[in-house]
Design a protein around this ligand. Structure first.
Ligand code: HEC
Length: 122
């Protein structure tokens, strides 16, 4: 007896299931990224928002303090890592010297660069 060839409809169903799984994976990682990014923003707001504007284009509460979205986004990745880990604040008066934990740095990174695929965090 001849073996039934793999039916086309079965094959199509398989491919469909695969595509659905892939889409779900993408959607999940996309929202994980969005979560990380909003946590990154919250971390900055909590620690720095008293003086600095944190959202793009926001006015800083303290007019002398530059908007962090603009300043931090302009830093090359290595510098951002270094500054956040070492405590950016050491350089100026009144600023708390905060050494962010690595996972917070990643969140801040995604907040600043999550939409910028040209510069994934290493
Ligand atoms: C008490 C107010 C205050 C807080 C809180 C504060 N800053 Fe600042 N920051 C300033 C002021 C004022 C300036 C601008 C004057 C200066 O550079 O001395 C500044 C400047 C900066 C700059 C620019 C430095 C440069 O080299 O041009 C960065 C980056 C920065 N702050 C990061 C942060 C981060 C990150 C936090 C949170 C951990 C933070 N700041 C919290 C007051 C503050």
């Amino acid at each position: 007896m001849r073996r039934t060839p793999y039916s086309t409809s079965q094959g199509a169903a398989r491919i469909g299931a695969c595509a659905a799984a892939l889409l779900m994976a993408v959607a999940t990682s996309g929202s994980a990224l969005a979560d990380a990014a909003s946590e990154g923003k919250a971390v900055l707001e909590r620690n720095c928002g008293r003086c600095h504007g944190v959202a793009a284009g926001a006015q800083s509460p303290l007019s002398k303090a530059p908007n962090l979205w603009t300043v931090l986004r302009s830093y090359p990745v290595e510098r951002l890592d270094f500054e956040l880990a070492e405590g950016i604040g050491s350089r100026h008066a009144d600023m708390p010297q905060i050494q962010f934990a690595d996972e917070d740095i990643t969140r801040i990174y995604y907040y600043l660069h999550g939409d910028d695929e040209a510069r994934p965090r290493p």
